[in-house]
Design a protein around this ligand. Structure first.
Ligand code: AMP
Ligand code: TRP
Length: 334
């Protein structure tokens, strides 16, 4: 089986955009690939954060992923910092990456605008650590939302540059996009994102989902109930495509165009289908203990480390660093 890797930052609560854009695909793809799913805590350190909260969110995000259906018997679910080779490979790859390439990254431009008083070097080299995440496992497929395509393209360039300089080592990974690879937020404009606070939390109970949807932005051209709607531009309709059964979606599409269904009713229907789809995730999440999650992460890290060590041994050999001979004073320590 070909390998797959993806990552998600423990930087806040998971939302419906993450789920439709990426995580749902993670779950589906684990049947066809040897999958590595990584909670990227080192990436989350590139913007201001609170240390105890980072630790808590790292475990919590792993729990949410398990609740979403990541199956630890099939896939390795692990924390990035538990496998030190990620940071080591990132260094090697940084030495192959021109500053100009990194300054073109849109996520860097957005985040450095958001955090003007903390534009640190880690924020700048963030995509290289992401490339290391992927290449360390020689992953061929990377399921992500549309906002990450630029980073995967850069990863391919880094792989090509490494291969050309040191001999073929890495495959060029390909992004795998979901049908709904870009979900807009409740404002109907920007991408749904926890930092913009325009999101629907994945674990929101039904009443909260309904409350969030009620004032959500719809079709700007439909001012009155009697105006014909344009589902193709309406974010509520996009969300219907993610949550509502296909026949119902077709009916909503027809009736919206004919002004047969109003926005209030359309949102009420969505609140119901979304709550139904997310209920099993909330239930599974509530049943998970911290101890169980920590056990899964330990096993995931052990599997990941095995692959990571082998790749790093190969990389060290190729890039010309001197192999360390086992120290004569190290008695029995591996
Ligand atoms: P993040 O929460 O930024 O760490 O993103 C985790 C994953 O969710 C990545 O694969 C993103 O591409 C994806 N993602 C985040 N926000 C959205 C969105 N609004 N629409 C679609 N995919 C998204
Ligand atoms: N940068 C990604 C995001 O913001 C998260 C990420 C880190 C990632 N490492 C990765 C995604 C490796 C895919 C593969 O969403």
């Amino acid at each position: 089986m070909a390998r797959l890797l993806s990552g998600i930052q423990p930087s806040g609560e998971m939302h419906v955009g993450n789920w439709l854009g990426a995580i749902r695909n993670w779950v589906a793809l684990q049947e066809r690939y040897e999958a590595f799913y990584c909670v990227v805590d080192l990436h989350a350190m590139t913007v201001p954060y609170d240390p105890p909260l980072l630790r808590e969110r790292t475990r919590d995000l792993a729990a949410v992923l398990l609740a979403c259906g990541i199956d630890p018997d099939r896939s390795a679910l692990f924390v990035q910092s538990h496998v030190p080779e990620h940071a080591e490979l990132a260094w090697v790859l940084q030495c192959l990456t021109p500053m100009g390439d990194l300054s073109r990254m849109t996520q860097f431009k957005d985040k450095s605008a958001q955090h003007q008083n903390n534009v640190n070097a880690g924020l700048f080299t963030y995509p290289v650590l992401q490339a290391a995440d992927i290449l360390l496992y020689k992953a061929e497929a990377v399921p992500v939302g549309e906002d990450q395509v630029q980073h995967i393209e850069l990863t391919r360039e880094i792989a090509r540059r490494f291969n050309a300089r040191f001999g073929t080592t890495f495959p060029e990974p390909q992004e795998v996009l979901a049908k709904t690879a870009r979900i807009r937020g409740l404002d109907g404009q920007a991408k749904m994102s926890k930092s913009l606070n325009n999101h629907i939390p994945l674990l929101a109970p039904p009443e909260r989902i309904a409350d969030l949807l009620r004032p959500a932005f719809t079709d700007p051209a439909r001012l009155r109930r009697s105006d014909p709607g344009h589902p193709e531009v309406c974010n509520i309709f996009t969300l219907h495509q993610g949550f509502t059964p296909a026949e119902e979606v077709a009916r909503v599409d027809r009736e919206c165009r004919a002004a047969g269904i109003g926005c209030v009713e359309c949102k009420r229907l969505l609140a119901r289908t979304m709550a139904d789809a997310l209920a099993p995730i909330r239930e599974r999440y509530a049943a998970l203990s911290a101890d169980h999650v920590d056990g899964v992460l330990a096993e995931g890290a052990a599997r990941a480390r095995e692959v990571a060590r082998a790749t790093m041994a190969e990389v060290r050999e190729r890039v010309g660093v001197l192999a360390a001979r086992p120290s004569p004073s190290a008695r029995g320590t591996p």
